[in-house]
Design a protein around this ligand. Sequence first.
Ligand code: SF4
Ligand code: SF4
Length: 126
Amino acid sequence: MGKLKLFPGCNCRYYFFGRCIYEEFLNPGFQLMWKCRVLAGLEKDYDGLIHQADVFDLSISQVESIWEKRFKNLDSWGDLCASYIPRKPGDDRCLYLYGNACILEMSTCQGVCSVFRPGKEKDIES
Ligand code: SF4
Ligand code: SF4
C-alpha cells in the first residue's frame, strides 16, 4: 500500500518559511536551542562584561564605554549571522525572528496535523 500523503500545511497560522512555530507560540523561550544566535551571543557577551565589571569594580560609564567600543564596527546583525535578512525597509529586525527564537531552527512542517489552524497571522511580532 502507498504511503499516506498529508496536505501541505502552508495555510496554517503556525506555518512560517516551511517551519512550525506552534511549540514556540505555546512555550516561548522553552527550547533554548532555538534562540537566535545573535541575541544569544550578545546576551553571553553582556553577562561576561557584567562579571568583569564586578571583578574589577568598573563603573557604569566604564561598562557602557567598553560595550560601545566592542560593537563600534558592527554594521548590522548580518555581521553576526549569515542567514540574517531585515524584515522590511526601515525595520531591521530579522525576518526569521519570532520572539527571541529563530524560525530557521524550528521543526519543519510535515503537513496538516491535528494542531492545524487556518488563517495567517499578518506579521511576526516580536
Ligand atoms: S537568521 Fe535571524 S533570527 Fe535566525 S539566528 Fe540569524 S539573525 Fe537570528
Ligand atoms: S500544520 Fe501542524 S506542523 Fe504544520 S505548521 Fe501547522 S501546526 Fe505546525
